[in-house]
Design a binder for this molecule. Structure first.
Ligand code: NAD
Ligand code: UFG
Length: 332
């Protein structure tokens, strides 16, 4: 069985390629390298000891995608490719709608043309409206607060409609907060410029690349006043994709799943764990709340456990240690 992995040179895609190869799948990777580089592809080959075809192609190039579908007997797709920065999506919304929606639409047309019926899609907890009560369940009210979130919301709807029309099988995976790196230290998250997300900012501060972490808000209605999120180790998340392929191939219809640990962790808890596990200080200061942030949300992961047989295995300590190992080895 060959899996087409779009965005497979990216952070979550590269870790998923490792787990797919370990599970015995063949893979074909497509990525335009807009937010990644060949080091991740080479890293996957090094970890797995296996080779696979890689195409540097923009998914909006219909002819190039057509050639890839014609050349390989694709049984299932995992569609990671897309832009993902919330702030950037507010600044350049048309580019976000163009890239994320047209990549998905092109994929649906190619699936229909080449008779591919199975797809696993990278969605996000950002498709839940912020006023749902925690923990968030898959039936919670959907909505979005920014253009990035709307692209995920719309892609989910496009897939729901195509599944209904074509009799396909689609699994929509709503990730909570992916962090960590492969335990080998060979692949991990390598954001360009100043990181927006907490864990890479902590790692760069510990390394001395950033002077101080700003903790956005210490007056939320949470145990220590700082923001609470559901962090999931990227290797657990990758394994969740392998289990989703099994499910996708055995079912038809469109099903959404939360992928999270179900545990809320505060910013301060994460900072303290990182310091303790890695024996390194992370200087920080409290700063005003970040616009658009929520105080606390986390997943109800029980549907994924029940239907996919998926539950996270890795601890907060693993997330911190693996992030630091990658930071130490790869970013000067
Ligand atoms: P990433 O940026 O590391 O990976 C995405 C990859 O897609 C990149 O390698 C990029 O070059 C590629 N890409 C983008 N547009 C493309 C196009 N038109 N054609 C070909 N390749 C293209 O991001 P990630 O963190 O690995 O996220 C993967 C997916 O998961 C994304 O769809 C993202 O929205 C979603 N997601 C991520 C998070 C997170 O916190 N990391 C949370 C929820 C959902
Ligand atoms: N935070 C800080 N300082 C920082 C960065 C973040 O205190 O420098 C705090 C935030 O205020 C929040 C927590 O750390 O309380 C996590 O923030 P992230 O930016 O790491 O993650 P978010 O939960 O804001 O957003 C993530 C993804 C989005 C996705 C969203 C929904 O980055 O793409 O989850 O699941 F839309």
């Amino acid at each position: 069985m060959t899996i087409l992995v779009t965005g497979g040179a990216g952070y979550i895609g590269s870790h998923t390629c490792v787990e797919l190869l370990a599970a015995g799948y063949d893979i074909v990777v497509v990525d335009n390298l807009r937010n990644s580089d060949m080091a991740a592809v080479e890293g996957v080959k090094k970890i797995s000891g296996k080779n696979f075809p890689f195409y540097q192609v923009d998914m909006r190039d219909a002819d190039a995608m057509d050639d890839i579908f014609a050349k390989h007997n694709i049984g299932c797709i995992i569609h990671f490719a897309g832009h993902k920065a919330v702030g950037e999506s507010v600044a350049i919304p048309a580019e976000y709608y163009d890239n994320n929606i047209n990549a998905t639409l092109g994929l649906c047309k190619a699936m229909k043309k080449h008779g591919v019926k199975n797809i696993v899609f990278s969605s996000s907890a950002t498709v839940y409206r912020s006023d749902n009560t925690v923990p968030w369940v898959e039936e919670a009210v959907l909505g979005a607060a920014n253009p990035y979130g709307w692209t995920k919301f719309m892609c989910e709807q496009i897939l729901r409609d195509c599944v209904a029309a074509e009799g396909w099988s689609a699994v929509l995976l709503r990730y909570f907060n992916p962090v960590g790196a492969h335990p080998s230290g060979i692949i991990g998250e390598n954001p360009q410029g100043i990181p927006n997300n907490l864990m890479p900012f902590i790692a760069q501060t510990a390394k001395g690349i950033r002077e101080k972490l700003q903790i956005f808000g210490n007056d939320y209605d949470t145990p220590d006043g700082t923001g609470v999120r559901d962090y999931i180790h990227v290797v657990d998340l990758a394994i969740g994709h392998v289990k989703s392929i099994d499910y996708c191939l055995k079912h038809s219809g469109c099903e959404a799943f939360n992928l999270g640990s179900g545990q809320g962790i505060s910013v301060l808890e994460l900072v303290k764990t990182f310091e303790a596990e890695n024996n390194v200080p992370v200087p920080y200061e409290f700063a005003p709340r970040r616009a658009g942030d929520l105080g606390a949300y986390y997943a109800d992961p029980s549907k994924a456990k029940r239907l996919l047989g998926f539950a996270t295995q890795k601890s907060l300590a693993d997330m911190c240690k693996d992030t630091w190992r990658y930071q130490e080895g790869n970013n000067g």
